[in-house]
Design a protein around this ligand. Sequence first.
Ligand code: 9MR
Length: 345
Amino acid sequence: MSSLLAFSLLLGSALSTWANPVSRQVSYSETLKAAAAPRYFGAALGVPHLLNFTHDPLFDTDAVLQFSGATPENEMKWAYIEPERNVFNFTGGDIVAAFSEANNYVLRGHNLVWYNELAPWVETLTGEDLWNATVNHITTVMTHYKESFNLYCWDVVNEAFNDDGTYRENVWYTQLGSDYVPNAYAVARSVNAPLKLYINDYNTEGINNKSDALLALVQSMKAQDLVDGVGFQCHFIVGELPTDLEENFARFVAAGVEIAVTELDIRMNLPPSEADIVQQAKDYATVMNACTAQGAACVGVTTWGITDLYSWVPSTFPGTGYALLFDDNYVPKSAYNSTIYALRG
Ligand code: 9MR
């Protein structure tokens, strides 16, 4: 059997399992998605994770039923989707999108223009050639997903700024100057006008030089009808949340855009201490409260994964983890209860 056929069969059986979740091992009296409604409550999902769902004896389909949103953790990034110039591979992104549709999730497109996980060939381009390749990428990817799936939004430019509020010196900034940002949004708008266009970043959750720069850019792009939403990633350390989260979210809402918490996790040193577990529950509630305080303008929350088992945190920050709402065995934590409590108001 060809590996492609084997993969298709695996995908086929996986999709039918996802569409008809049957093996319920834990029953919850409440769900994140019910508490969050009318907002969505999403999770980053990766293909390795999704494929494990059907084989992993620990997998509990009720975890899937906790959520109402998804972001592909990596599968729609440039390096995966256009690894060679004009050679597009939508396989991974389509798996996440199909899973998302089968479960009626709100699906966020992530992302179109990012310095990281960028196909190496892009970094060799200059001037107009780089811009043409970027227009082709945005247009082809957005057109594919417009025709095949029902996305809620796209992160068009991801992580454009340095912490001091200057532009990050990625290949686009170096070659094309800061206009690459609004120009990329203009292309995205021309491909799919009704779709929400987001700008997404980290360390912009509190009021600081970086969020000041982001706000100024958002105000300018909003005046040109180029941007609809701002994603606050919220990769936090327990006990170290910005104290002005709510105030900062509010100034973006005042600029006329919607906002979303897009990549939430709150890490701690391992093994977790009782004090950190309690603090984490408070911190998750703080994030929920900062969102709900914005009313309808905060449209949803996404955690960067479901279970700690598949979190990016331990490999990136060795010695830390326990950052999500479900532990390695899909057991919900104190933070799960505090999240629901806060969302319920
Ligand atoms: O969780 C993602 C990890 O698996 C990847 O190796 C990494 C690089 O592509 O990206 C991680 O997700 C990032 C997200 O796409 C953008 N914001 C920061 C996230 C954590 O690094």
